[in-house]
Every structure is written in C-alpha cells, then in structure tokens.
Design a protein around this ligand. Structure first.
Ligand code: NAD
Length: 440
C-alpha cells in the first residue's frame, strides 16, 4: 500500500521504516526541513537500535522523506499523524501540532483518505479532527456526489523506546478505532503483514485504551515506589517484596521495579493528559494526581539520601551515571536523572554526568550539568555516585571486582546511590562501597 506518515520523530520514523519492512511504499513528512534533509541522506536523527539499518535498507527507496503535508496527502490513501502532543504548561495536552496537520491535510484533500491518529491524544480528538477537516477542506470534505472524502481512525502506538523496531514489527496487539467499514477495511489491509491480534473498536475506546494503558503502568510504578518507602521505614527489601507479589499471575512481575520513577515523553504527559480529560468530562481522578506526586517525590527522596550521607551538598562533586530516561535511548525528556541533577546543582554541588548516548541532549537540557567523557571520568574524585539509568555498562561492573576496586580508588568518598536497584549490592559492598538502593 501507499502510506503517509506525518511527523518523523520516535514514533513516525520507526513506523515508516517498519511499514516499509512489511512491503509498503511510505512517504514520511516532517515540517522540520533540517530533519528531512538528514533523513534523506540516510542519517538517523535519534538513537534507537535497528533504525540505522532499516534506514540504510529503505531510505530513498521504499521510504522517502518530504517536508510537505500536501505532498503527503496526495501520496498515501492512509495518513498516519505521528506529531508531538506535549503537555501544556498548566496541564492538559497541547494539540496545536495535531490541529495544524489536520488543517494542512484538509487543504490538500482531493480524493478519499483515512486520517489516522497515531499520536497519543485525548479522548474525543477524532471529533475535533473531523470538524476541522470539514471546515478547511474544499466542499466540506465531500466529493461532487456528496460522499465523504475522508474518515478518521484511531490506531494508538504502544512501542517502547529502546525496543521500538521490535515492538513495531512484532506488536502484542493492534488497536484500530473506526466508524466506517471502508476505513476498517483499509486499516486491516495496512496490518495484513503483521501477525499480532487486531482489535477493532469505536474511536473513543481506541483513544482511551492508550491513555488507560499508560496510566495503569505509571500507577503500577508509583504503587511499588510507595511500597518501597514503607519497606525502607519498616526494614523490608522492596525487591523481595516485588518478587513475591509478581509471582501472583493476577499481579504479574512487570513494572514492579522500585526506583527514581518514570520519565520520558509519554508516562508523565499521558497521565497528566488523562487527569485533565477526566476533569473536563466531569469526573476528576485524584488517584492519578497522586501517582504523579509519588513519582516526582522519588527523585527528591534520592537527593535527601545523598544529603544525608554527605551532610552539605554545596561544593561536593557528584557523579551521575545515566542521563537518558531509560537505557537504549538518547531521549532525555522528563528524565528523572536530570531532575536529580538540577536539584543537586541548585544546592551548589558539581554534577559530573555520563551517559553512553544521551550526553549531548542532557547538557543542552540541564543548565550547569558537566559532561564527563566516560563513567570513570565522571566518578574521579567524586564524593558520591548516583546510578540513574540501568545501562548494561554500569550493571556489568558488579561482575568485575577488579574494575570496582579501581573505581573505588578514584573516588573521594565511595558512596553509591542505586536509583534503579540495578547493582549487585553485595558485590559493591564487598569492594568497599557504601551502597544505598531504593526501598531496601
Ligand atoms: N516516544 C514514544 O515512546 C511514544 C510511544 C507511543 C506513543 N507516542 C506518542 O506519539 C506521538 C509522537 O511522539 P514522538 O516521541 O515520536 O515525538 P517526537 O517529538 O519524537 O516527534 C514528533 C515529530 O513531529 C514533527 N512535527 C510536529 N509538528 C508537525 C507538523 N505540523 N507537520 C509535520 N511534522 C510535525 C516534529 O518535527 C517531530 O519530528 C506523541 O503523541 C507521543 O505521545 C510516543
């Protein structure tokens, strides 16, 4: 099929490449001309395993790039909108990019198209898209015979950064929200080459499945983090507690890792978005506000622990290992590591950060953060070491006593704070470090 993707970011680019991998012809549009130029040269614009290889295979062939939404509208019978839907400063979702794309598609609409919401959007977004397209398209979005020239559909994306290519090629479910048979047929055709179960729903349900899924996962993380605080006070080990809980199939073991909390471009903003949507609809959900509060408090709790250890933070050097919001990505949006860095810097500490791939993005986003060239460079002469992202480079040290001994010799104070409970505490303590985890 000929498919158009609008927004060549983490979701749009991966979706475009994976649709090409499944045999489709794709035009990927982004309004950022510099990004389009880099992608057209075969250059990946962010770190994501598998993307450079797919870009080399399909770029300029099955996937072409453009900065024109009009060209995109003329190209694909199905148009996936994958643009950013960030949080507004006062909460709620900023739909300005999504609205702009809807208007641009409307202005270029000449034959039937399915306009698909792939970005994460508030429930009832499709109603707004429909009204916007009708308002801005010639003849109200109808052909000469009065037939509608478009349908709106919802096809939420569940990929995880760091595993985005695999998640997109082998999704665990495909959710399609539609309100016409024609749109359903085309959407089923798009996913004909995928082996995942397809679930067809009404559009509001599809929109809600995504929001509810992210809010549930975030709630699970905040739940175990709240439990971890009780564990700390009561002398329990949250890792053991989580393992014991997770063996119950009704609970499951995933998303029960206590730590400095969730970040990234999705959970914080999507929980926030759902809080606002629910309130707008007349059913405020304080539970979700509490989920966000517990999450934010985890970073403050770690900073408290560092202060407790070092007494005064001003003038101290703190090594911060891991700056991305999770491993295998250079995405630093809402990264807990940067929240911790900012708090330490505000108290006068020098923070030497290191990340295998996210260093440049982190320095640009966090004023005062000093970038180290390696994990060892960050830790040299440090009064404390915080592990904020569980990159294998850091966790593997637990198996290497000689490296741990060498690391200890270079630090001023061998105090380690494991913000992800990802280090083998016994190995680090045997090497002479004091190690504090989260909730253990
Ligand atoms: N990143 C994830 O892990 C993930 C997972 C599932 C769903 N989502 C959702 O998908 C959407 C996109 O997320 P992302 O992480 O890919 O964002 P992103 O910021 O990486 O990419 C968005 C892209 O859209 C482009 N864009 C913005 N306005 C445009 C316009 N008017 N015309 C053309 N291009 C435009 C931007 O230049 C950018 O390249 C969001 O709603 C997000 O919540 C993200």
């Amino acid at each position: 099929m000929r498919l158009t993707i609008i927004g060549a970011g983490h979701v749009g680019l991966v979706t475009a490449l994976c649709f090409a991998e499944r045999g489709n012809e794709v035009l990927c549009v982004d309004h950022d001309a510099a990004k389009v130029a880099r992608l057209s040269k075969g250059e990946a614009t962010f770190h994501e395993p598998g993307v450079p290889q797919l870009l080399a295979k399909h770029g300029g062939r099955a996937v072409k790039f453009s900065s024109s939404t009009a060209e995109g509208t003329a190209f694909g019978e199905v148009i996936f909108i994958c643009v950013s839907t960030p949080s507004l400063p006062g909460g709620g979702v900023d739909m300005r990019y999504f609205e702009a794309v809807s208007r641009d598609i409307a202005a270029a609409l000449t034959s039937y198209r399915v306009i698909v919401e792939k970005s994460t959007v508030p429930i009832r977004t499709a109603e707004h898209v429909k009204r916007t397209v009708q308002r801005h398209a010639a003849n109200g979005g109808r052909d000469a015979a009065g037939n509608a020239l478009f349908d709106v559909a919802s096809n939420p994306e569940f990929l995880r950064e760091g595993a985005a290519v695999k998640d997109t090629l082998e999704p665990d479910r495909i959710v399609i929200g539609v309100e016409s048979e024609r749109a359903e047929k085309l959407m089923r055709g798009v996913y004909a080459g995928f082996s995942a179960p397809v679930m067809v729903t009404g559009i509001p349900s599809a929109e809600m499945i995504k929001l509810a899924s992210n809010a549930f996962l975030a709630t699970k993380i905040s739940f175990i983090n709240a439990i971890s605080r009780i564990c700390e006070l009561g002398g329990a080990d949250v890792a053991e507690v989580a393992r014991g809980m997770g063996l119950d199939p009704r609970i499951g073991r995933h998303f029960l890792g206590a730590g400095i909390g969730y970040g990234g471009s999705c959970f914080p903003k999507d929980v926030d978005g759902l809080i606002h949507v629910a309130a707008d609809l007349g059913y405020p959900v304080p539970l979700l506000a509490e989920v966000q509060r517990i999450n934010r408090d985890q970073c403050a709790h770690l900073v408290d622990a560092v202060r407790d250890e070092l007494w005064v933070l001003a003038g101290k050097r703190v090594a911060l290992w891991g700056l991305a919001f999770k491993p295998d990505t250079d995405d630093i949006r809402e990264s807990p590591a940067l929240r911790i860095a900012a708090a330490l810097i505000a108290e006068g500490a020098t923070v030497a950060g290191y990340d295998p791939v996210a260093g440049a993005n982190a320095v640009a986003a966090c004023p005062g953060l000093k970038l180290a060239s390696s994990a060892a460079d960050a830790a040299a002469k440090a009064d404390a070491l915080i592990v904020a992202t569980e990159w294998p480079e850091f966790t593997a040290l637990s198996q290497n006593p000689a490296s741990l001994a060498a690391l200890k010799r270079t630090m001023r104070v061998p105090a380690v704070f494991d913000g992800r409970n990802c280090l083998d505490a016994a190995a680090w303590r045997t090497a002479g470090f004091t190690l504090r985890g989260m909730g253990r």
